[in-house]
Design a protein around this ligand. Structure first.
Ligand code: RNT
Ligand code: ZN
Length: 425
């Protein structure tokens, strides 16, 4: 495979810089802007969303399913952090880590979800502090016997509903503690699986209950410097094909009304519907948007993110609306059929590439043509800009950040697999 040495990378960068300058884009500035970009990297790619609960029972309740049995899954928090460290060493820039409540460390003791607290995340906090990175958080409302009915916060069963309410409240407190400890607001995203396989007779009742539950869940106000709440909608899932209580309309309404962040997961809409066009609408009514960068293949399959037209369109929308301070990029996919470090790195690098390509776009020139009514030129320029030498800028970025350039990172993954992952039985 082609080996990019330092001289080659520097020389190509100088040429690319000239090309971009001719279009009015300063590539050095773009490299600086990349420093401010933080992805929220999901810990759950490392262990197939299993978590460390003593009675982890896989698919039970909630329909979250990672398929595949590639060897080397992280079996405990130590291994998961070690794997994340490896992945981070191959991803340019400094990024956050996204945790779920099931990643609590309870030292072998069974601690129910409505009893977890910040102490169970102390090692994660210490680890993040040492690396000077932020942590984001999620309550885990699935893979649990109390989710077996298919309903959690919208359950008609008060025992079930209050159990999940207690869980959700604990998670918000944990998130606020994390944000305070780390000095960067912890985004806590609430996604629940509630819905039904077949046609419900009364769609309204569950949504009414969910609204009441959310009002109670979010009643306690926390300092925005410590934590920020987001809510995530969905269209359908495994076991909730006919009806999802927390649909897009439901949560968009709720977020607008209550000043929360809305989470758009790329896999949670109709298969041909994209999330890019939603950003400029939402930002007129809510302060911030959380993105779950994912790739649905025919359905909400959570394939590893790639540099697709869809992902690029999302990054372009954020760039063109100058909203990088209001839109948060989190990754959300889980593939258990390939090397999990490679899955993390491929998706993270894809998201960063999309953001960089968008930042390098000579947007002003497009807007100029648009405003002058020269729409053929606008289209033609968009096509021409697809061929600009962004790969040279990307390679320079990787070089500057001290991570492998080009395909070199694959050797690192292979070495890690031989030395570490293959020994996990
Ligand atoms: C599920 C949602 C949710 C989860 C993670 C694990 O459909 O996308 O975000 O994937 O919380
Ligand atoms: Zn998601």
């Amino acid at each position: 495979m082609f080996k990019f040495d330092k001289e080659y990378v520097e020389k190509s960068y100088e040429l690319a810089k000239k090309t971009y300058a001719a279009y009015g884009v300063d590539t050095d500035e773009v490299l600086k802007k990349m420093d401010a970009i933080q992805l929220s990297v999901h810990c759950w790619q490392g262990d197939d969303v299993t978590g460390f609960e003593t009675d982890a029972d896989g698919i039970s309740g909630g329909g979250i399913l990672a398929t595949g049995n590639y060897p080397g899954r992280a079996r405990n928090a130590e291994e998961l952090r070690q794997d994340l460290d490896k992945a981070f060493s191959l991803i340019p820039g400094k990024h956050r880590v996204n945790l779920h409540a099931i990643y609590a460390e309870t030292d072998g003791k069974h601690v129910e979800r409505d009893e977890i607290s910040t102490e169970h995340f102390e090692r994660w906090i210490k680890w993040a502090k040492e690396r000077k990175i932020g942590i984001d958080f999620n309550g885990t409302f699935f893979s649990h016997k109390m989710a077996d009915s298919g309903y959690t916060l919208s359950s008609k069963d008060n025992e079930v509903r209050s159990f999940w309410l207690r869980h959700g409240k604990r998670c918000r407190k944990i998130a606020a503690d994390i944000g305070k400890e780390l000095g960067t607001p912890c985004i806590i995203n609430t996604w629940i699986p509630d819905g039904s396989k077949d046609l419900p007779a009364d769609r309204m009742i569950y949504r009414k209950i969910l609204k009441e539950s959310l009002d109670e869940l979010f009643a306690e106000k926390y300092d925005k410097n410590y934590m920020l709440d987001a809510v995530e909608s969905k269209l359908f899932g495994i076991g909730s094909e006919s009806y999802v209580v927390g649909s897009h309309e439901f949560y968009m309404g709720y977020a607008v009304k209550n000043g929360l962040m809305l989470c758009l997961d790329a896999g949670h809409f109709h298969p041909t519907e994209t999330i890019s066009d939603k950003i400029s609408s939402l930002l007129n009514f809510i302060d911030e948007v959380l993105l779950h960068v994912s790739r649905g293949v025919r359905w909400d399959s959570d394939h590893v993110a790639i540099l697709s037209d869809d992902l690029l369109a999302v990054a372009q929308e954020v760039k063109r609306s100058n909203s990088f301070d209001r839109v948060h990029f989190a990754l959300d996919y889980f593939d258990a059929s390939i090397n999990r470090i490679a899955a993390w790195v491929t998706g993270s690098r894809a998201a960063l590439k999309a953001i960089m390509i968008a930042l390098l776009e000579p947007t002003n020139l497009l807007v100029e043509e648009e405003n002058a009514g020269r729409l053929a030129n606008r289209l033609a320029l968009m096509e021409e800009f697809k061929m600009l030498p962004y790969s040279a800028v990307w390679n320079k970025y990787c070089l500057d950040k001290g991570v492998p350039v080009g395909t070199d990172w694959l050797n690192e993954v292979a070495g890690y697999e031989a030395e570490v992952l293959s020994k996990r039985k």
